[in-house]
Write a protein that binds this ligand. Structure first.
Ligand code: 48F
Length: 256
């Protein structure tokens, strides 16, 4: 019995890893924008993997605001909540409140159910850069990076990569720092996030969701970080809409 349990885990994990050494879309970061993007892409039939360095995907959505586990979503994004069967209550004007634990777990559940393969406890530390294009990701165990151990990574090839790493815009920064290239932003560089301005930030999160270099797309807060947009705090409509937008964009580009 002991052997069956261990062998079952080792076999099924390594099968999952091996079957996903080459994918259509690799998503870095399991925040709301990455989760929503992964769901819509998997629903369209793409082979999608998502990598999260923490134990649980969900990013900054679990904790609501200041650990008060409620979040706000505006009317424009309700159709996405409905798609994920997430319950919400009308609060005032065009704003709705919802339980952040219920909402986050629903995003994770429906994404995995749609076929997204998730790899948690995994850090993406670099990208594959071939023929002036982002062609994959370079992954390692999160504890390897945290402990500063010198251990070489593995590689996953992907037709498209999404930087959904939130405020850090980790992947875009690494790409820019290491390759002497220009990104698709006003300055050609990662411009850095500005202070809080909710309305403006919600709008620009969606506007700034785009392909910033051949093969590399940004979603969610990383979009604003890369293009110099504002932060918005605990309102999540922009994150959900950004995830849907990047999924549509990639689906259309990969189908060409
Ligand atoms: O920050 P995060 O939740 O991303 P998001 O989709 O949503 C932002 C909101 O939560 C909030 C906000 C909204 O109102 O401003 O901040 O833009 O999730 C990003 C996830 O990426 C993981 C990180 O642990 C987090 O769960 N992550 C970051 N860098 C890496 C990574 C990396 N290099 N490799 C793997 N995971």
């Amino acid at each position: 019995m002991e052997q069956i349990v261990s062998a079952g885990i080792v076999d099924s994990y390594f099968n999952k890893l091996k079957e996903n050494l080459s994918v259509d879309v690799a998503i870095v970061g399991g925040g709301p924008s990455g989760l929503v993007a992964s769901y819509y892409l998997a629903k369209k039939g793409f082979k999608v993997t998502l990598y999260e360095r923490k134990l649980a995907p969900g990013g900054g959505m679990w904790g609501g605001a200041m650990m008060f586990n409620e979040i706000v979503v505006q009317k424009d994004a309700l159709h996405i909540l409905d798609e994920f069967s997430i319950s919400y209550k009308h609060y005032e004007k065009d704003y709705y409140t919802l339980d952040s634990v219920h909402a986050t777990s629903a995003l994770i559940y429906h994404a995995t159910k749609a076929g997204v393969k998730m790899f948690n406890c995994t850090t993406i530390e670099d990208v594959v850069f071939q023929e002036n294009k982002v062609s994959g990701i370079v992954l390692n165990w999160a504890p390897v990076q945290r402990e500063g151990m010198h251990v070489d990574p593995l590689v996953i090839m992907a037709k498209a990569v999404i930087d959904g790493t939130g405020h850090d815009c980790d992947i875009a920064r690494t790409l820019e720092r290491k390759n002497n290239i220009k990104l698709n932003t006003v300055s050609g560089r990662v411009m850095g996030e500005r202070s809080l301005s909710i309305d403006e930030a919600e709008r620009t999160t969606v506007e700034n969701t785009k392909e910033i270099f051949p093969g590399l797309y940004v979603s969610g807060m990383a979009s604003n970080g890369v293009s110099g947009g504002f932060r918005m705090g605990p309102i999540f409509g922009g994150m959900l809409l950004s995830g849907k937008k990047v999924a549509d964009l990639i689906a259309s580009n990969l189908s060409k």
